[in-house]
Design a protein around this ligand. Structure first.
Ligand code: GAL
Length: 376
């Protein structure tokens, strides 16, 4: 049985992206998008069913960026296509059921961001039985030769950008000593790559790693308790910086620092996703950096790929710009470039791209920081 709390959470999310019809009890919906153009109405696109299966809702990007951008692009490409949408709330078994439900509903292609990259091969195998192509979205589905495409960012580079920003800042401030590492979910192949990229920089920087944790479910609450444990173990002055794999975990770590009398303004901490709360913490000086990934470009490219595949068209060779080995095969890939962001380039990246407006960032207590940084 689904809890009341969850149902209420989904209702809020559904409203925010203009869903017309909700699934009964499968955390799923038929998504019509908002403000979609109908310019392709006469393009001859065949009405197909496209399933978008996202992994979680604690990280803001999925409901606020990935989903609406995917839906809007798909509606432009194919006004008559139907989108079957589900969010697995970090539950791999639930995601498997959602995928099966999408197949039963007649999905012609699955765009799957796996909760668990290793076990999601079973979903690909099931889809293959029904001759349904699968696009691995943002996170790689491992150890299957049946996967059709993979679309993501250069995820090891994300970790390199985070590690480099942290180490350079500490060196610039004349610091030496240890850092704490709060990594992402052990079930997420991206988290492994972020960690690998960050270690490749930190391990040869002269800074030691005092404590390191993998954070189940990417949960900000769990990141908070990991940081509490680190502070208890090494003491308030036992670390000079924190590697946090994304903005959600950074938020948890910062809450733990504040609760223990450690000033986050004096301890640089990394992030990722350019979540509004993360960008605001950067403006306020509480978080040092984030990694901006152009999620709109990623979601739109995924919609284009899914559309092409569902219509039996060959995707544009210029878009499919690489191959990624998933342990069993080289999967044709679309790989986008992540960008390191501190207070100095928020204007030229996030705001320039329209990812967030200055008016969204610079509210209330963040107005002063924006003014100092010239963000407008
Ligand atoms: C990763 C994703 C990140 C972050 C994280 C938590 O796979 O690439 O952008 O959101 O999951 O969901």
């Amino acid at each position: 049985m689904r809890s009341t709390k969850w149902v209420a959470g989904f209702a809020a999310v559904a409203l925010s992206v203009g869903v017309a019809a909700c699934g009964s009890n499968n955390n799923s919906s038929t998504d019509t998008g908002s403000g979609a153009s109908t310019s392709a109405a006469s393009s001859g696109a065949k009405a197909k069913k496209i399933a978008l299966l996202l992994p979680e809702s604690k990280t803001a990007r999925y409901e606020s960026q990935d989903r609406p951008n995917f839906v809007n692009k798909m509606k432009t490409l194919c006004p008559d296509c139907e989108i079957i949408y589900s969010n697995a709330d970090q539950d791999a078994a639930k995601q498997q059921q959602q995928a099966e439900a999408a197949i039963t509903q007649g999905a012609n292609v699955l765009v799957l961001d796996p909760v668990d990259g290793a076990s999601a091969g079973a979903i690909v195998a099931r889809a293959k039985q029904s001759k349904i192509p699968v696009v691995s979205y943002d996170r790689l589905i491992l150890n299957t030769g049946d996967l059709d495409y993979y679309i993501s960012f250069d995820n090891e580079k994300v970790g390199v950008l985070q590690g480099t920003a942290l180490v350079d800042k500490l060196k610039k401030d004349g610091k030496s000593g240890s850092v704490v590492m709060i990594n992402g979910a052990p079930t997420d192949n991206n988290a492994k790559l972020f960690k690998q990229g960050a270690h490749s920089v930190i391990d040869k920087s002269g800074f030691k790693v005092a404590k390191e944790y993998d954070t189940p479910d990417w949960s900000p609450d769990k990141a908070q308790s990991e940081m509490e444990q680190a502070i208890t173990a090494v003491g308030k002055s036992g670390f000079v910086g924190v590697y946090a794999a994304n903005d959600g975990t950074a938020g948890g770590a910062i809450a733990a620092m504040k609760a223990n009398g450690v000033d986050p303004k004096k301890i640089p901490i990394t992030g990722q996703d350019a979540e509004l709360a993360g960008v605001q913490r950067i403006v306020a000086g509480e978080q040092y950096m984030t990694v901006y990934k152009a999620i709109k470009a990623e979601a739109e490219a995924a919609a284009q790929l899914a559309y092409d595949v569902s219509q039996g068209k060959t995707p544009d060779a210029a878009t499919v710009n690489g191959k990624t080995n998933n342990g069993q095969a080289d999967i044709p890939s679309v790989l986008l470039t992540p960008v390191s962001v501190t207070v100095d380039n928020i204007q030229d990246t996030i705001i320039k791209d329209g990812f967030w407006k200055a008016s969204e960032i610079c509210t209330g207590r963040f107005a002063a920081g924006c003014k100092t940084a010239g963000i407008q």
